[in-house]
Structures are given as structure tokens and as C-alpha cells.
Design a binder for this molecule. Structure first.
Ligand SMILES: [Zn+2]
Length: 258
């Protein structure tokens, strides 16, 4: 077992937000997990020995202010967003928003998009777990509703998820968006689903574009990040599509204690 890591096991988003806001995404490069979970799995629900996950969680915490409170979610690919002002044990939801300094919003991913939110004045932050099911049933709408800030004062950064290059889906996925009308512009919706020439009724799905169209419709237009593919980037990221049995990256955002 390795001792304390020499290098941070995470990277930080390139976005210009209020100085109070801190965000990070872990990578799998350094950590204590072995075999299919190597090296830095932060999830307790994927079959890895809980002692190892605890060690990884202690490791990531050791890189940040020790007074932080960490809010973990039981993510269910649904559309429930919660706003919290103090930490509870584990909340069943796919998005969490807070106005409380020192409270860390945590979302675990391996292909689904982590979508980071921050108000320009640095008084509110949030994080959503957005796969196609959550996107088509309103997780972003629910997240934005938990903010007090006006929509045009909310900034978004899109973290690492599966790219269109590796996200082949059936027509059921497109139908889910058509039915929910989360994207009313049919041309825009069509552009997120590229037909696969060799397989009728199969599409390459662009989750990032879907998220951007939904956010724009909601009036949230300051969006950056994206351009990752968790499947392609095996060195840094877990991918459920690629490996099925694998770990999860931690996505985190909080406001510093003044
Ligand atoms: Zn890819």
C-alpha cells in the first residue's frame, strides 16, 4: 500500500468564477484501489472493499481544508435536486445545491456528465449528475430551481463524461427527449443524435450538447468546459461503458469559509 500521495489526485476546472468557489474532479491516476478499481475509486456502491474506498476518501479530504463538511448522494438517475444547508448522512438525489460555505457538494461519475453550477457572487454552488435519463426527465431544471440567483447570474462548467464518439444509443433515448420536450427545438434535438450508418435505429448521442440546449432554454448561457470522453481517456477516467465493473471519479464543488 502506498503512503500519502505526492501529487494531487484531482484537477480543477478552467473557469472564471468567484474567488470563493472551489471545484475539483478526481482522476484514477493515483490512489489505493487495485485491479478493475485502480487506482482512485471514491464510490462505495461499486463492489470495492469499503476500507479501500475509505482510505481514498480520506486521501482526497487531506488535500482540502479539514473543516469542510462533505455531502454524499445516493444517485438514482432521477430528477430530484436538493438544497442543503447542513450535511446529512446520504441523500437520495441526483443534484445538490447549497448556499452554505464549507459544505462540499459531491457527485460520483463514470460516463454520466457532472455539471457544476456557481452563482457569480459566490453565494451558491451546486452539482448535478446528468446521464440521459436524468437529462430527459428534468434534473437540470430541478437544479436551477434550487438557486436563488437569477438564471443569467449562474455559471456552468461541464466536467468529464462519455463523448459522442463512444455513446451509441437506441431510438428509445431520443424518444425520451422528444416526449419530455426538454428540448423543444427539433432541429437542435436532431443535432444531438447522429445516425449510425451501419445500424438503423442506432445513434451516437451527444450528452454535452443535450445539456447545453437544456441550460440555454432555462436561461443559463454562461457555459464552459466539456470536450472530454471518459471512454477514450482510459488513463485519467473510469468509464462504465468501457469497463462495466469499475470505480467512480468524485466531482466536488464548495464555497470557502470566509
Ligand atoms: Zn470516446
Amino acid at each position: 500500500m502506498r503512503k500519502k500521495l505526492n501529487e494531487p489526485p484531482y484537477f480543477t476546472p478552467a473557469w472564471e468564477v468567484n474567488d470563493l468557489v472551489c471545484a475539483a474532479v478526481t482522476t484514477r491516476i493515483n490512489g489505493f484501489s487495485l485491479n478493475e478499481y485502480a487506482n482512485f475509486n471514491l464510490a462505495t456502491h461499486v463492489g470495492e472493499d469499503a476500507c479501500v474506498v475509505d482510505k481514498n476518501r480520506a486521501e482526497i479530504k487531506s488535500w482540502f481544508d479539514s473543516n469542510l463538511q462533505w455531502q454524499w448522494l445516493d444517485q438514482v438517475h432521477g430528477n430530484n435536486a436538493v438544497r442543503v444547508s447542513r450535511v446529512s448522512k446520504v441523500i437520495s438525489a441526483d443534484a445538490v445545491v447549497t448556499g452554505q460555505q464549507g459544505l462540499v457538494c459531491c457527485v460520483l461519475t463514470a460516463d454520466c456528465l457532472p455539471i457544476f453550477f456557481a452563482s457569480k457572487d459566490g453565494s451558491e454552488v451546486g452539482l448535478a449528475h446528468a446521464g440521459w435519463k436524468s437529462l430527459s426527465t428534468g434534473i437540470l431544471e430541478a437544479t436551477v430551481l434550487k438557486f436563488n440567483a437569477p438564471r443569467d447570474d449562474i455559471q456552468v462548467w461541464i466536467g468529464p463524461g462519455i463523448g459522442r464518439c463512444h455513446f451509441e444509443v437506441g431510438s428509445d433515448v431520443k424518444d425520451a427527449f422528444l416526449q419530455s420536450q426538454s428540448i423543444k427545438d427539433i432541429k437542435a434535438l436532431d443535432s444531438c443524435f447522429q445516425r449510425v450508418a451501419s445500424a438503423p435505429q442506432k445513434f451516437l448521442c451527444n450528452l454535452e450538447s443535450l445539456a447545453k440546449h437544456i441550460l440555454n432554454r432555462l436561461g443559463v448561457t454562461e457555459i464552459c468546459g466539456g470536450g472530454f470522453c471518459t471512454y477514450c481517456d482510459e488513463e485519467r477516467f473510469y468509464s462504465y461503458r468501457r469497463d462495466a465493473r469499475c470505480g467512480r471519479m468524485l466531482n466536488m464543488i464548495y464555497m470557502k469559509n470566509r
